[in-house]
Structure formats: C-alpha cells, structure tokens
Design a protein around this ligand. Structure first.
Ligand SMILES: Cc1cc2nc3c(=O)[nH]c(=O)nc-3n(C[C@H](O)[C@H](O)[C@H](O)COP(=O)(O)OP(=O)(O)OC[C@H]3O[C@@H](n4cnc5c(N)ncnc54)[C@H](O)[C@@H]3O)c2cc1C
Length: 373
C-alpha cells in the first residue's frame, strides 16, 4: 500500500482515531471526517482498562482482553512517534465487597485465566480497611481483591494522541457529517456538505451513529446508543494519581485521575440520542457512590459527562466488511476504551485487504443480514 491508496475514516472517537493511525503508519493517505455529534462515548468514557472480566468465553470479552493486551505495544509505538502523552497508567484495580467468599471465588477464577492472560497481573486478597487505605473515600468495612494489571486512561487524551500521530503521518481532517457515496452496491467515497471525497475504501467508525451512516447503502445495522451519565468530582488536596480502580459488586465503579479528580458511574440507559443529564440518573449515581465511598461527601462536584455507548442488538462488536469499499468498526459498548485501539488496528487491516490480527468471525456484520443464522 502507498500514499496513492486513499481511505476515508468516518468518526472522531477512539476507534476512528486508531484506524487513521494504523493506516497512516503504513503509508496510506487518510482523510478523517468527524461530525462532532453531541455525546461521543470517547469523550465521556470512564477509562477503565480491564484485562479480564467475569463473562468467561464471551467473544466480546476476548476482544476486550486482546485490546488491553495491545495497550503497551500501542503506547510504545506512539512514544516512538513522539506522542508519549497518553494519560495511560497501570494503577491496578480492587474488587471490593464484604462477601469474602465471593472475592475468593473471583480470585480463583482469575488465577485460572492468568496462564493465558498474564496481563491480568498480580492477584491478592486484602482484608478490611486495606481498600480504604489505597482509596481513602471508601468505607472502612470493605475487603478487596487486588488485580495488578488494570489500568486507566483518559479517552479524550489517547484519542487526541492517536489523531495527532496520524496527522504527523499526513492524515487530514474534515469537520462535518459524512454521507456515503455509492455506485450500486460499491461505496466510492463520502460527501460532506458540498464536498465530495472519493476513496478506495471507507471505514465507518461512527460509534452509535454507525447504523444511521450505513443506512443509505441498504444496511439496517442494529447498532444504537446506550446513554451513560458519569460524574466527576474533586477532592481538594488529595494525591489521586496512583489510586486504583474500584470495582464494587454493582455500579458505580470509581477511579481517579491526576489533579485530585475522582470519577464514578455510570448509568446504562436506553434513551435514544437524548443528550441530557437527568435528576434520576445523577441522583442514583450519587446515592450509590455514597454507600461505597462515604468519604466523597465533602468532594466538589465538577461535571457530569454524557456519552452514547455504541451497542449492537446482540451486544457484540461489529467489525467487518459491509459492502464493496465499506468496512465498519463499532459496537464496543461499555469496553470501547479498552478494545477501541485494537478494533481500529483490525479495521485498518481489513481496509487494506490484509489478514486481521485475530479471528473476527464473531463480529462479522453479515450476521445481521436477513436470513443469516
Ligand atoms: C459513561 C461511559 C463510561 C465508559 N467507561 C468505559 C470504561 O471505563 N472502559 C472502557 O473500555 N470503555 C468505557 N466506555 C465505552 C467507550 O467509551 C466506548 O465504547 C468508546 O469510546 C466508543 O468509541 P467509538 O469511537 O466507537 O465511538 P464514539 O466515541 O462515540 O465516536 C463516534 C464518532 O462518530 C462521529 N460521527 C457520527 N456520525 C457521523 C457522520 N455521519 N460523519 C462523521 N462522523 C460522525 C461522532 O461525532 C463521534 O465523534 C464508557 C462509555 C461511557 C458512555
């Protein structure tokens, strides 16, 4: 492939940014088209990078785990390219609770997974009070399970680093909503406002909007928005840089960023593209967070972010060829900051006709074709 190959990437979230980065790194000419819709998931994502979960052999889990495994390699590439400021930190996670038998069961499950997934890291049960020592707002009664391989990232920052690195390899950006151009069933480029942009291939990584973008070529992809409202607070004077991710048995999860910032949430609502914070959503998150972390009572409320997680009707990611000249990459749902960079790597390979880095059959959009099993 060379700069004479021209690919349009539709979207401005972490997946589109990753597609653009991986394509330009191979010398391809890339144009990113971003509509700046309200509520992109990447802008609101909490940022937990989990190299495991409790869902066993779910293919979406495998994808997220591959995504977490890919992070260190990606960070190394970005650093080589002069973009080391990604905000990623391997801070570890604490599963917390008062049911120590449950924590022991999870520890046993994770230990059995670790042979194949060494990135899960250290696994250690800790007694009551230790979670509070590491994350001071927590209730003192909580015990925990330490899982060393978890990390956190600011979605906006890693997305911006990927886009900046892609730009340094020659990618350009157009702001506006892309409409697909097609000749029969072959996609030939996009139109943005009055501008037509021809392309050898188009990758649509438009998050929860991907179904809408692909509809004109006859596809009714069942991908839509799951609204998440997530709360940011500041604990004046707290040194939060290295606080771990906190995972109670049910939401809200909590995590911290530099600058005394603590983030918790999030709602999971089927509310369409309704870009609003609601009293019910914020109220529920505050009440539940105070149960787990009563020390948040004196924190300063900073903001509530709203994002639309891209979710397919069967809950699985959607990565594959949809038509001649058209690749889609979306549906990472609640794990898209973890799986997004890897998803972009896979979509870039498909756009260039290369073998993807893993078996993408479970994510093939053809499963939504009428008559498919
Ligand atoms: C509250 C919340 C918490 C989360 N927490 C985590 C977490 O802790 N860990 C984790 O791994 N994941 C998390 N996620 C999930 C993760 O944020 C998403 O899965 C991921 O960001 C999706 O990225 P994306 O690039 O597919 O979509 P998006 O970030 O939504 O980007 C889609 C982009 O497409 C653009 N677009 C739409 N239509 C068009 C068009 N016609 N033309 C051009 N552009 C268009 C939009 O403007 C938008 O910028 C969370 C999400 C939310 C909402």
């Amino acid at each position: 492939m060379s700069a004479s190959t021209r690919i349009v990437v539709v979207g401005g979230g972490i997946v589109a940014a990753s597609v653009a980065y991986h394509l330009t790194r191979q010398g391809v000419s890339v144009i990113v088209v971003e509509a700046s819709q309200p509520g992109p998931a990447t802008n609101a994502g909490a940022g937990i990078i989990c190299p495991w979960n409790d869902r066993g052999d779910d293919p979406a889990y495998e994808l997220a785990a591959d995504g977490a495994r890919y992070y260190p390699e990606l960070l190394g590439m970005l650093a080589e390219d002069g973009h080391a400021e990604t905000s990623y930190a391997r801070v570890g996670a604490l599963r917390v609770g008062e049911d120590t038998q449950r924590l022991q069961n999870i520890a046993a499950m994770l230990r059995s997974m670790r042979a194949d997934r060494p990135e899960i890291g250290e696994i250690e049960l800790v007694g009551p009070g230790e979670p509070k020592r590491q994350f001071p707002p927590l209730a003192a009664s909580l015990s925990g399970l330490w899982i060393g391989g978890a990390g956190r990232v600011d979605g906006r920052q890693i997305r911006d680093s990927l886009l900046a690195a892609a730009a340094s390899y020659g990618a350009t950006q157009i702001i506006g909503a892309a409409l697909l151009d097609h000749a029969g069933s072959k996609v030939t480029g996009v139109t943005v406002g009055s501008e037509s942009v021809a392309a050898d291939a188009v990758v649509v990584a438009a998050g929860a909007w991907t179904g809408q973008v692909c509809a004109p070529v006859g596809w009714q992809l069942p991908v839509g928005p799951q609204r998440g409202q997530i709360i940011h607070v500041e604990i004046p004077g707290a040194q939060t840089e290295s606080w771990p991710v906190i995972l109670p048995p049910a939401d809200p999860y909590l995590l911290a960023f530099p600058g005394s910032r603590v983030v918790f949430g999030a709602t999971r609502e089927l509310a369409g593209f309704d870009y609003r914070t609601t009293v019910g959503g914020v109220g529920a998150m505050l009440a539940k967070a105070m149960d787990v972390a009563p020390g948040l009572a004196e924190a300063t409320l900073l903001e509530t972010r709203i994002g639309f997680r891209p979710v397919a009707s069967d809950g699985r990611p959607v990565i594959g060829k949809l038509a001649d000249g058209l690749i889609v990459a979306t549906g990472n749902g609640p794990e898209g900051l973890t799986a997004g960079p890897w998803t972009g790597l896979a979509a870039a390979a498909l756009a260039l006709g290369q073998d993807p880095p893993a078996d993408l059959a479970p994510f093939d959009p053809a499963r939504f074709q009428p008559g498919s099993p």
